[in-house]
Design a protein around this ligand. Structure first.
Ligand code: HEM
Length: 168
């Protein structure tokens, strides 16, 4: 993250990135609402459901990161992301919140592959969606477990826990 910051925190690039996130939320939610009545079957609903969750996550996540950085003046690093896991009961929110974010991202990409392969057999199309979703499940689990301190001890500095009302 430290090395990539010089790229995505470059003001010109960051404005485009945040603009792209806003556009993605707007266009995604428009698709979800517009196709509501015609949508039938598992794949269209999986695509719409994963997209809707991603829109919710994007709004919260990028909003929280910008708030943490510009209002709370925190370095929005690993500790910022992990802090909620160490102030009960916020882990009950953050574990599924992050888990679903990464899982739905991979699932949503899998759904796109499913529609791209419409000339192929149904089994090939289902596999094209299921494979990224399965990879997403494993990646998601590993990220959440590492944030929760399962693989190595995580000592979250008090200023990050204070965000959740925990004062030293
Ligand atoms: C468990 C999953 C995730 C964690 C722990 C996480 C953590 C973080 C952290 C710490 C930052 C702040 C970076 C900085 O200040 O330099 C950040 C920013 C961001 N994240 Fe995530 N993230 C996760 C998932 C995602 C996903 C799934 C997406 C998109 C699909 C995403 C999109 C973004 C964006 C757009 C920013 C703003 C970058 C900027 O400030 O310009 N994140 N994330």
């Amino acid at each position: 993250m430290q090395s990539f910051r010089s790229v995505y925190r470059n003001p010109a690039i960051e404005v485009v990135l945040v603009g792209a996130v806003a556009l993605q939320i707007y266009s995604g939610l428009t698709f979800v609402v517009r196709g509501w009545k015609q949508r039938q079957g598992l794949m269209p609903w999986l695509q719409a459901g994963s997209g809707a969750y991603l829109a919710f996550f994007f709004l919260n996540h990028v909003g929280a990161v910008l708030f943490g950085r510009f209002v709370l003046n925190l370095d929005t690093n690993f500790y910022f992301a992990a802090a909620g896991f160490y102030v009960p009961p916020f882990q009950l929110f953050f574990a599924p919140y992050y888990f679903l974010a990464v899982l739905t991202l991979f699932t949503h990409l899998g759904c796109a592959l499913y529609w791209k392969l419409h000339a192929k057999s149904q089994a090939a199309r289902v596999a094209a969606a299921a494979l990224p979703a399965s990879v997403g499940f494993v990646v998601s689990l590993l990220i959440v477990l590492s944030l929760a301190g399962v693989f190595y001890p995580v000592q979250v500095p008090p200023e990050y826990k204070a965000v959740y009302g925990k004062h030293p």
